[in-house]
Design a protein around this ligand. Sequence first.
Ligand code: FES
Length: 102
Amino acid sequence: MTTWNLGPVDRIALGEGRAYRAGEHEVAVFRTRTGGLFATQARCPHKQGPLADGIVGAHQVICPLHAYTFDLHTGCPKNGTCEALRTYEVEVNSAGDVLLHL
Ligand code: FES
């Protein structure tokens, strides 16, 4: 497993996502209004929509292109019509930086 320091968590507004590149991986990190932090693949498995630009709420993200909804805990689509998202372990360290484990 490789750990990537993505920088200050404050760069991600509450209730929003932000896209990062970690080596060859494109990852979206989401920060919920209730303090949750989640990481998934950056592109929607349906038609490659940029998930970091989606709407975040109730531990879900809604893809900005066709509104498929994914559970941020499991990556599973709510309507079951496409593949699940890959999810990654993510945390905030004592310095307030986002650590992504791939
Ligand atoms: S590209 Fe995400 S729902 Fe179509």
